[in-house]
Design a protein around this ligand. Structure first.
Ligand code: PLP
Length: 389
């Protein structure tokens, strides 16, 4: 067999490998605390599950339009007005199986040999993977620990070349929990006026998980970018629906047909009952979301406080999502060494910062989608292991 060369350029998401190793250790009887995987530890709210069940009983078993049922796209548009204060045409909304397809579609649409695509580093690993797979050159946007893991807009603007086609942004962010201040977003949006051919994909999948009474700052608000902005959001994190596989994107007028064509080629449509469940998620009561976010907020305080008691760790307080990203340089060990040590010796799953790009060395990602008792116990164990290693 001769496998296409592009397959060698496909990366991965190591959190899934850590999960598999953690599950293997657990099945051998080891007590594992999983702070590795990025998914809420809550069940999908019952009203949403019931809407999915009802859709099956009501006979929604067939294909839907490739871009999603109209009612759901209208509900997404209404949600965007409510939370971002921006009018969106429901025909520009694309319902897709999760957050990931939008990254891939954007990378395929703009990426080819000779093209450059910028992406946050450390950042969600699929960005770099999709860019390389498309044949384009990934250009990292370095995030700065001292600035809450935000990018510096001037640095981003000065790295644009005539080959830059797309800039990927993510706030609140995985793996850092960082929230980019509005001022940096404004500077970037303003500076992009001088680069009218550069598109932007803003991954806002953690938009509902912003703490300290701060609003979510969306790239959608910048009028000057609207005809070249792709918004990525979805239900996975907000409504604890990671396994349902549904997300959405909003595309500019001139790209939506191409994006829909990618859906038709790739998966035809998102499964119908899931779309009805997602509709209930948006239209139904939001109390469960508030409860989950409040629980994450409480755990955030606990994990930051606990991690700062680990010798060699320095953990800034993340502004969003459900990740803590301590600087671990003071331990004298590499990120990957610590990931392996903690999993094998302490039974604590975390993810090495290097799984999120070259600038992730010196950091470790802790997902705090776990109970406070488990977080405290995990930190107790890693301190014990560090003392004896
Ligand atoms: N974007 C970011 C920043 C993420 O962290 C994730 C998942 O961890 C996704 C997108 C993908 O979400 P989904 O599971 O809906 O594909």
């Amino acid at each position: 067999m001769i496998i296409a060369e592009r397959m060698a350029r496909l990366g991965t998401e190591s959190a899934f490998e850590v999960l598999a190793r953690a599950q293997a250790l657990a099945s051998q009887g080891q007590d594992i605390i999983n702070l590795g995987i990025g998914q809420p530890d809550f069940q999908t709210p019952e009203n949403i599950v019931e809407a999915g069940r009802k859709a099956l009983s009501d006979g929604h078993h067939g294909y839907t339009p490739a871009n999603g049922i109209l009612g759901l796209r209208e509900a997404v548009a209404a949600d965007i007005v409510k939370r971002r204060g921006v009018e969106v045409n429901p025909d520009h909304v694309l319902v897709v199986p999760g957050g990931k397809p939008t990254m891939f579609f954007a990378a395929l649409m703009f990426g080819e040999p000779g093209a450059e695509i910028m992406y946050p580093n450390p950042g969600f690993p699929i960005y770099e993977s999709a860019i390389r797979f498309a044949g384009a050159t990934p250009v990292p946007i370095k995030l700065h620990e001292e600035n809450g893991y935000a990018f510096d807009a001037n640095e981003v603007l000065s790295a644009i070349t005539p080959r830059t086609r797309l800039i990927i942004l993510n706030s609140p962010a995985n793996p850092t929990g960082g929230v980019v201040p509005q001022i940096e977003l404004e500077k970037l949006a303003f500076g992009l006026e001088s680069h009218p051919d550069v598109a932007v994909m803003s991954d806002e999948i953690y938009s509902r998980m912003v703490y300290d009474n701060q609003p979510h700052h969306s790239m959608m608000v910048f009028e000057n970018l609207r005809d070249r902005l792709i918004l990525l959001d979805g239900w996975s994190k907000t409504y604890a629906m990671t396994g349902w596989r549904i997300g959405y994107s909003v595309w500019p007028e001139n790209l939506i047909d191409l994006a829909t064509r990618l859906c038709i080629n790739d998966h035809s449509c998102v499964n119908a009952p899931t779309q009805f469940a997602a509709l209930e998620a948006l239209n139904g009561p939001q109390d469960d979301v508030d409860t989950m976010v409040a629980a994450f907020d409480e755990r955030r305080s606990v994990i930051v406080e606990e991690l700062n008691t680990v010798p060699g760790f320095k953990c800034p307080r993340p502004g969003g999502a459900f990740y803590a990203f301590p600087n671990i340089e003071g331990t004298g060990k590499s990120s990957r060494e610590l990931q392996d040590l903690f999993l094998e010796k302490a039974g604590v799953a975390t993810v090495s910062g290097t799984s999120f790009g070259e600038f992730g060395e010196g950091y470790l990602r802790f997902s705090y989608a776990n109970s406070i008792d488990n977080i405290r116990e995990a930190v107790r164990r890693i301190k014990e292991v560090l003392e004896s290693n």
